[in-house]
Design a protein around this ligand. Structure first.
Ligand code: BEZ
Length: 179
């Protein structure tokens, strides 16, 4: 995975635009992989589903809280991607009161599939979702990779630790010390 360029994908996002009018003024906006990744050093983390317990209680809020520490270590943005559509991802972001982490809707799973991280979660009635992983991506190229162990379809457990913000921060800090 290291040194690989992220897949070129167009994400179908929904953005607020008062010009649309009415009580729900949102419109579609296409955002490409280049828009998200070119010219930036970012942390991308991917999880099995919006609103799921570990993701909502620990992973996303902890990345949100720890964003200043990532910025101090040369990270320009933090992205959370999930195989969920833009409506679900927007509702999740709103419920979490996000100000720092940007959510990326990979509704069709195209990015996740091309990253080699798509797994079946039919055992939970989820269909195809993302295995949990995170990466430091520098100008669109994978610089560091943090994948939970046991990549598999219909996994009984939901491993979480390697892709936690605490673990990634520890890695970034130790690299800074060694540099
Ligand atoms: C969780 O984040 O807790 C979770 C993720 C996928 C399936 C079930 C739970």
């Amino acid at each position: 995975m290291l040194g690989r360029k992220v897949p070129a994908v167009t994400f179908r996002t929904r953005v607020r635009d008062e010009a649309v009018g009415g009580s729900n003024p949102y419109r579609w906006q296409d955002v490409t992989s280049d828009d998200y990744f070119v010219g930036k050093r970012v942390v991308l983390f991917s999880l099995p589903g919006a609103f799921t317990p570990t993701c909502s209680t620990y992973q996303l809020p902890d990345f949100e809280k720890l964003t200043p520490e990532f910025r101090a270590l040369g990270i320009d943005a933090i992205y959370c991607i999930s195989v969920n559509d833009a409506f679900v991802m927007n509702a999740w972001g709103k419920s979490q009161g996000l100000e720092n982490v940007k959510l990326i809707p990979d509704g069709s799973g195209e990015f996740t599939r091309k990253m080699g991280m798509l797994v079946a979660k039919d055992n939970l009635g989820f269909g195809m979702r993302s295995w949990r992983y995170a990466a430091v991506i520098n100008n669109g190229v994978v610089e560091q990779w943090f994948e939970e162990e046991g990549y598999s379809d219909n996994c009984d457990s939901d491993p979480y630790g390697i892709s936690s913000p605490q673990n990634i921060l520890a890695a970034l800090k130790s690299q800074k010390l060694a540099a």
